[in-house]
Design a protein around this ligand. Structure first.
Ligand SMILES: Nc1ncnc2c1ncn2[C@@H]1O[C@H](COP(=O)(O)OP(=O)(O)O)[C@@H](O)[C@H]1O
Ligand SMILES: [Mg+2]
Length: 361
């Protein structure tokens, strides 16, 4: 799978853009605030319907315009497909593949396997658990379309249960309906837990080897799924903690409180690791993610590297570039000299200035 071209209309600081990507490494360079990340964001949005920055559609539409368009041609098993995405100010976005409208984002996810890598990702171990859950959700949604379905059901019911917990204070007869919410919460939540267990199990097998190589045999890594509750105890726990939940008007049990721990040489590096250790483990996680997507989807994902090369020392940079050799990659950086091209041939280079490609070779 690879992306052949991208066309943008009224997307952030691009009035119009047309770009033909090479199958291998594409380098986008230019000063700050010229629109390099915007291009990667558009590619990511095209593949997933979501901005990696979490921006809303109306924030993405070019200032003073009402609509944005993204068109992406991608080749899959020698057949070229076309994705069209239409962002609107106050309505849901329109998506079509080969002119056929797509109604649910779960039907699009996985069509164009994609991985975004930014300096923010290097902080995943240092940051709070919500960042790690976000990682689980994004990756699993891409790999397993059913996961996204269960997760959105779960989140909806969680919200409704929490609302109910608030209302019970004033209308205590509502307490009778709590049990039916609990049963549904457990039904969908258990699926979420089940998928997360399997995912972390697979990730573990892959990351072990990568991390060993990345640290020159110095470190042994293991991920542990820190589930808040296991699926077979979910209903019991929920019932047991009902009074606490009522008191705080919040649901204290369930996968929305999950976490992953990163154990390096038997130490939990979330709390006791050095910053260097945390960043290396984060890089291993990213590399493991690439490999897992390759294995599960039997296809190579497109890799978007936003300003990460300047964040890594030479060893890690070399390792990263070596391991993505056969992957289509879009890399952004400010200066060309930042980029060590002896490790990786660059197929195409684009200089970006004020929302335009000013040079291409
Ligand atoms: N909705 C928008 N309409 C027009 N310009 C925008 C919009 N959103 C962001 N921008 C502009 O995009 C530029 C930032 O682009 P970005 O891709 O993040 O830069 P960089 O090259 O540093 O990666 C800024 O100049 C910003 O003003
Ligand atoms: Mg940027």
């Amino acid at each position: 799978m690879f992306i052949k071209s991208l066309e943008l209309k009224n997307y952030r600081n691009y009035e119009e853009l047309s770009i033909d990507f090479a199958k291998g490494t594409n380098l986008l360079y230019g000063d700050n605030a010229q629109g390099k990340t915007n291009i990667l964001e558009a590619v990511y949005l095209g593949a997933t319907t979501k901005s990696h920055r979490g921006s809303k559609d109306r924030e993405i539409i070019r200032f003073h315009e009402n609509e944005s368009h993204i068109r992406m041609d991608f080749e899959k098993q020698d057949i070229v497909h076309r994705l069209d995405m239409h962002l609107k100010k106050s309505k849901a976005k329109g998506v079509a593949i080969d002119q056929i409208p797509i109604r649910r984002s779960s039907d699009l996810l996985g069509q164009i396997p994609i991985i975004f890598f930014s300096p923010e990702d290097l902080k995943i171990i240092k940051n709070g658990p919500s960042e790690r859950r976000k990682f689980l959700d994004i990756e699993l949604s891409q790999l397993e379309s059913l996961y996204l379905y269960y997760l959105s059901k779960y989140n909806k019911i969680l919200l409704q249960r929490n609302n109910l917990l608030k209302q019970v204070k004033y209308q205590d007869y509502l307490l009778d309906t709590l049990e039916s919410w609990d049963i549904q919460l457990v039904k969908y939540g258990s699926e979420v837990i089940r998928y997360r267990k399997i995912f972390i199990h697979h990730l573990n097998i892959i990351i072990k080897e990568i991390h060993r190589k990345l640290t020159g045999n110095q470190e042994d890594i293991r991920l542990e799924y820190d589930y808040n509750v296991d699926y077979d105890e979910f209903l019991t726990e929920l019932t047991r903690k009902r009074d606490v939940d009522l008191k705080y008007a919040a649901t204290s049990t369930g996968p929305h409180r999950d976490d992953i721990s990163f154990i390096v040489n038997d130490i939990d590096i979330r709390r006791f690791g050095s910053q260097g250790q945390q960043r290396t483990a984060a890089l291993s996680l990213k590399l493991a993610q690439i490999q897992l997507v390759k294995e599960v989807m039997k296809d190579s994902p497109v890799l978007l590297l936003d300003d990460v090369l300047s964040e890594l020392d030479n060893n890690r940079k070399t390792y990263l570039l070596e391991s993505i050799k056969d992957t289509q990659t879009m890399i952004t950086c400010t200066g060309l000299d930042e980029f060590i091209d002896q490790h990786l041939p660059i197929q195409r280079m684009f200089q970006i200035k004020a929302g335009k490609i000013v040079k291409q070779n």
